[in-house]
Structure formats: structure tokens, C-alpha cells
Design a protein around this ligand. Structure first.
Ligand SMILES: [Mg+2]
Ligand SMILES: [Zn+2]
Length: 173
């Protein structure tokens, strides 16, 4: 088994149900975990791997949600994971509009922030998992292995998986 340092997870469409195109999860009650996602995060933790969420949330920049409102959504996120016996070590969000920062994926700023805050995290031995091409690009730019969650293979990713559960099985193989 590869000795991974940490796992970086996208949020929407990876751990929880994505809002319809052009819409955002702006309230705690809108947050719903994808089937099997809580159990998958739990398996990572049971394997001793630190888990961080790195998520683009430009609804804040657009005034559709406040920073405290985003914290409430993340409290709910942790609560739902907790109900599945899972937890994450940190949630890092880019709350900026595209082109205005260095942390909105596909840029790797959020991943670098995780490594800065957690000196034990070696990005070169970590894996970024997400449902978007921008997740794969951010992970690759930070030197991580990448898993794209998609129905058809993504040649840019280290591997493609159909679900977080399948990605975790590959990771812990
Ligand atoms: Mg996503
Ligand atoms: Zn940002």
C-alpha cells in the first residue's frame, strides 16, 4: 500500500450533493451527503490519513452567502459526517471571485495553505479527489496524485473513479 501523507477532498459533487448548475449550497439544510460518502471518509480516517476539504465557494464573493453563513453550512457538513462516524481535519474555502486570488481551484493556493498549516502534510505524497477538471488541475499543480470522479476516464488524472468510495478503495489498495 502506498504511504499517503494526506487526502484533499473537493466538497460539492464529491462529498455532498452539488447544487444545480448556477446555484449554490447556501444554507445548512441544503447540504446532503452523497450516498456512501460519509463511510468513505471514515475509511480514510480509520486508515490514519488526515483528510482536508478544499472548496471553491464564490457565492460569498457574490453576496449570496456571508462568511458566517458558510461556517454554518460547514458545521452541518461536520455534523452529517459525524453521524457516519467520520470527521475531517480542516475545511479550506476560497470565497473569492474567479481571477481575484491565488486560491480558487484550478489554482493550488488552498492546497498550499493546508501544507503551511500542517507541516506533517507532504503534498508530493498526497492525493486530491474531486469531480471537476479544476480539482485535478489544482492537485497536479500542487504535486499531488489526483482522482477524478467521473463516469468516463479523465486522462489528466492519475486515476478516474465513479464515486468517493471507489476512490478510497483505490487509495487504500
Ligand atoms: Mg465539485
Ligand atoms: Zn480565493
Amino acid at each position: 500500500m502506498t504511504t499517503w501523507s494526506a487526502v484533499l477532498l473537493d466538497r460539492d459533487g464529491t462529498v455532498n450533493v452539488k447544487a444545480p448548475e448556477g446555484a449554490y449550497v447556501t444554507r445548512p439544510e441544503q447540504l446532503i451527503l452523497l450516498p456512501g460518502a460519509g463511510a468513505a471518509v471514515r475509511r480514510l480516517r480509520d486508515a490514519g490519513l488526515p483528510v482536508f476539504v478544499v472548496t471553491n465557494q464564490r457565492a460569498v464573493a457574490r453576496g449570496l452567502m456571508t462568511a458566517p453563513g458558510l461556517d454554518e453550512v460547514h458545521d452541518r457538513f461536520r455534523e452529517l459526517l459525524g453521524a457516519a462516524g467520520a470527521e475531517v481535519d480542516g475545511i479550506y474555502a476560497c470565497v473569492h471571485e474567479a481571477g481575484e486570488c491565488g486560491c480558487r481551484k484550478p489554482l493550488p493556493g488552498l492546497l498550499h495553505r493546508v501544507a503551511r498549516d500542517h507541516p506533517g502534510v507532504d503534498l508530493g505524497r498526497s492525493v486530491m479527489i474531486g469531480d471537476a477538471a479544476s480539482d485535478v488541475a489544482a492537485g497536479a499543480a500542487a504535486g499531488c496524485a489526483t482522482v477524478r470522479l467521473a463516469a468516463s476516464p479523465d486522462p489528466a488524472a492519475t486515476v478516474t473513479a465513479r464515486s468517493l468510495a471507489e476512490a478510497v478503495t483505490w487509495l487504500l489498495r
